[in-house]
Design a protein around this ligand. Sequence first.
Ligand SMILES: CC(=O)N[C@H](C=O)[C@@H](O)[C@H](O)[C@H](O)CO
Ligand SMILES: CC(=O)C(=O)O
Length: 303
Amino acid sequence: MASPKRLQGLTAATITPMTPDGEINLSVIGQYVDYLVKEQGVKNVFVNGTTGEGLALSTQERKQLAEEWVTKGKNKLDHVIIHVGALNLPEAKEMAKHAAVIGASGIAAIAPFFFKPTNKDTLVAFLREIASEAPGIPFYYYHIPSLTGVKIRVEELLDGIKEQIPTFQGVKFSDTDLLDFAQCVKNNKERFVLLYGVDEHLLSALAMGASGAVGSTYNYLGKKYNLMLEAFAKQDLVLAQQHQFCTGEFLSFVFKLGFGVAQTKAVMSFTSRIPMGPPRLPLLSASMDFIEKAKAKMDSLME
Ligand SMILES: CC(=O)N[C@H](C=O)[C@@H](O)[C@H](O)[C@H](O)CO
Ligand SMILES: CC(=O)C(=O)O
């Protein structure tokens, strides 16, 4: 699926569907692809990331999911990016190689977060080992310091990275440091794709020059966010704000109830009517109370 087109617009960070007893459920992924494309207008996916509980899955499960997304996305999706980050290099490399073999459009990796890289050079050395297993497809760095604890600034990381990692293509920037993000855009807009990953702040990142966005809420609010991207492209800031405020109202509401990957699975289940199943421990399923309230709020906003 090597796509000549540069990644832009919205990318859904996919949820990993599970059966009621906690096995990965590959059988609904075909339906999931159709839902994203037809109902949300989202044609790019980021598989096995945070939302996909990638770090709670075995390597075998991650490879099966990657294959299913690539297979079912053929001729429907523009980009299938596989997150291959792991705490150990051998498995990360194995998944990178596998992603290339099955025809993924790109790979991404987070920084390892148990033994952490303490400086830019060790992080680049780690990422380079992974990227070199998939020399024919783009590599993206997934920056999510709130979860990895690795706070090396992306501005610094990008300086000279192409010389070290020839397939380096961009960053999924899941942080609220918009100064760091702006510096990345300023220094690299022509060379790299800079994807913003905090959905509720996307409009601010667009103002800073983001190339696109990767996030969990584009699974079920993609249509709204696409309207926002359109309004922004037409320089209709007032309309763009209205769309950001609408999705923001939903998120602000669910944040107060307690919101994370488990709740995202529940919201996607009632929005798409595709059963996403429970999350895997240590995450716990969303409560019935959460589901009822979140659904009522969604219905009131989308009518
Ligand atoms: C921590 C986390 O999961 N971040 C996601 C992507 O990076 C976002 O898409 C959020 O889920 C979203 O912005 C809602 O807070
Ligand atoms: C949100 C996001 O991009 C991820 O789940 O990895």
